[in-house]
Design a protein around this ligand. Structure first.
Ligand SMILES: *Cc1c(COP(=O)(O)O)cnc(C)c1O
Length: 415
C-alpha cells in the first residue's frame, strides 16, 4: 500500500496534507519519493533552523544516542543544565530559570500555569486569586486545551468548548484597548511579538511598550510566545529585541527552531522579585509544581545545544537580517500588483497576496493556491492565514538559494 492509502486507513485526518512524500533532506533541499527536489523554505514550519541534516547537529545526535538517550528528571542531566546556561547567558541575557518541554503548546501551558501561581501569590484586593491571561486576536499558542484556549482564533476552538476559562482576546496593536482592558482578576498578558500563524503581524514598538507599561502599572506578568520567532529567526536572539530591546519580559516560551528538528520546547521565568519578602517569580514553580517525563532529556538537549551554539557562533541572526534585505529589495523591484506587502522580520517573512488577482477554486484560499503552485515549481512554503504565504528558510540559507527561490516565486506569480 502506498503512503497516501496508509494515511487514509490508519491516521486521523487532522491535517489537509499535500500529496508530497519527503524521503531525504540536505541543507536547504528536500527530495520526495519520486526523486524530485525542492528548495525548502518551509523547514518543518521554522523548525530546521540549520537546514536538513546539518553535520554538527547530526554528529551531536549520533554521539548522544550512543552514550545515553534518556534518563529521568529525577536525576541531574548535564546536557539540560548546559543548555539552560547557553540560553540564559547568550540568548535571553536576563536572570531567570528554564523548564524544558517537548513542544510549543506545552511551553505555553507552562506559562499559563505560572501566571495562575502568580495570581495566587499576588491576589485581588479581596484575597481571591487572579487568574485571567489576556491574549490577542489572530494569535496562535498551540493545540492543547490550555494553549488552544489562549489562542485568539475561533476556527482553532470550534467544537471543543467549554474552553479553559480565564482568557480574553484583545485586538493586536491596539494600545487603547490594552490600556482600558485590565480587570481585577487579570494576572498576565501573553503575546507573540511577531504573530506567525495569524498572518505574520509584527507588534509595533508603541504597542509593545504600552503593554509593558500596563503590566508594570497593574502588577501583571508580561509573557512572550517566541515559539516560532525566537533564537535568531527574526534577526536577533529574541524577536522582541527587534521591536523594543529595552523591554524585560517575565516569561518566555520557545520550541520550533531551538531543536533544529528534535522535539524540544521550553519556558523561562524571570528571577525578578515580586513581593516585599523577596520572592523570585522563578521560585513559584517549585518541586512538584510541574513536570514532563521526556522534557529536556539528554538526546534533545544535546541536539538543541549544538543548534544554539551554531546559531550564535556563525552569527546566523545577523545573516537572517541580510537575507531579509535581499528578499525585500528583489520583491520591491518586481512591482507585482499581486504582492500587497512583505511583513515580518529576518527570515520570518509573510508575503501578502491580493486575492482578487488570484483565481481560487471553491473552498481554497489564495494562499493555498499560491503555495501549491510554488510546490509544482519546486519551492516549499507554508501559508499563514488566507492571503499570506511565509518564507521560513534555514537561517544559514545562501544568497544563491534565496535568489533561486525568488526566481521561482516571480515565475509562479507572473503566471
Ligand atoms: C507553532 C506554535 C506554537 C505551538 O507549538 P507546537 O510545538 O506545535 O505545540 C505556539 N506558539 C506559536 C507562536 C507557534 O508558532
Amino acid at each position: 500500500m502506498n503512503t497516501s492509502d496508509l494515511y487514509t486507513q490508519h491516521v486521523l485526518p487532522t491535517y489537509g496534507r499535500f500529496p508530497l512524500v519527503p524521503v531525504r533532506g540536505a541543507g536547504c533541499r528536500l527530495w520526495d519519493e519520486t526523486g524530485k527536489s525542492y528548495l525548502d523554505f518551509c523547514t518543518g514550519i521554522a523548525v530546521c533552523s540549520l537546514g536538513h541534516c546539518h553535520p554538527r547537529l547530526v554528529e551531536a545526535i549520533r554521539e548522544q544516542a550512543g552514550n545515553l538517550l534518556h534518563c529521568s528528571n529525577l536525576y541531574q542531566i548535564p546536557q539540560q543544565a548546559e543548555l539552560a546556561e547557553e540560553i540564559n547567558t547568550h540568548h535571553v541575557r536576563l536572570a531567570g530559570k528554564i523548564f524544558f518541554s517537548n513542544s510549543g503548546a506545552e511551553a505555553n501551558d507552562g506559562l499559563i500555569k505560572s501566571a495562575r501561581r502568580f495570581g495566587h501569590k499576588r491576589p485581588q484586593a479581596d484575597g481571591k486569586p487572579r487568574f485571567e491571561v489576556i491574549t490577542f486576536q489572530q494569535s496562535f499558542h498551540g493545540r492543547t486545551l490550555g494553549s488552544m484556549s489562549a489562542t485568539g482564533q475561533a476556527k482553532i476552538q470550534e467544537g471543543f468548548d467549554p474552553l479553559l476559562p480565564g482568557f480574553r482576546y484583545l485586538p493586536f496593536n491596539d494600545t487603547a484597548a490594552i490600556e482600558a482592558g485590565i480587570r481585577p482578576e487579570t494576572a498576565a498578558v501573553l503575546l507573540e511579538p511577531i504573530q506567525g500563524e495569524g498572518g505574520v503581524n509584527m507588534a509595533t514598538p508603541e504597542f509593545l511598550r504600552a503593554v509593558a507599561a500596563v503590566c508594570k502599572k497593574h502588577d501583571l506578568l508580561l509573557l512572550f510566545d517566541e515559539v516560532q520567532a525566537g533564537f535568531g529567526r527574526c534577526g536577533d536572539s529574541m524577536a522582541w529585541r527587534m521591536i523594543s530591546p529595552e523591554i524585560q519580559p517575565d516569561g518566555i516560551s520557545w520550541a520550533k527552531g531551538m531543536g533544529g528538528g528534535v522535539p524540544i520546547g521550553a519556558f523561562w521565568l524571570s528571577d525578578r522579585v515580586i513581593d516585599d519578602s523577596g520572592t523570585a517569580l522563578s521560585s513559584l514553580m517549585g518541586p512538584g509544581s510541574h513536570g514532563s517525563t521526556y522534557g529536556g532529556n539528554p538526546l534533545v538537549c544535546a541536539a538543541s545545544l549544538a543548534v544554539l551554539k551554531e546559531i550564535r557562533q556563525k552569527e546566523l541572526a545577523a545573516h537572517a537580517l541580510l537575507m531579509e534585505v535581499r528578499i525585500r529589495e528583489t520583491i520591491r523591484s518586481w512591482n507585482l500588483p499581486v504582492i500587497t506587502a512583505v511583513r515580518g522580520s529576518g527570515l520570518l517573512l509573510g508575503i501578502g497576496l491580493d486575492p482578487a488577482l488570484i483565481p481560487t477554486p471553491e473552498g481554497k484560499t489564495a494562499a493555498l493556491v499560491v503555495v501549491s503552485k510554488l510546490m509544482e515549481h519546486g519551492l516549499l512554503t507554508p501559508p499563514a492565514g488566507p492571503n499570506t504565504f511565509r518564507l521560513l528558510p534555514p537561517l544559514n540559507v545562501t544568497e544563491e538559494e534565496i535568489d533561486e527561490a525568488l526566481a521561482i516565486i516571480k515565475t509562479a506569480l507572473a503566471s
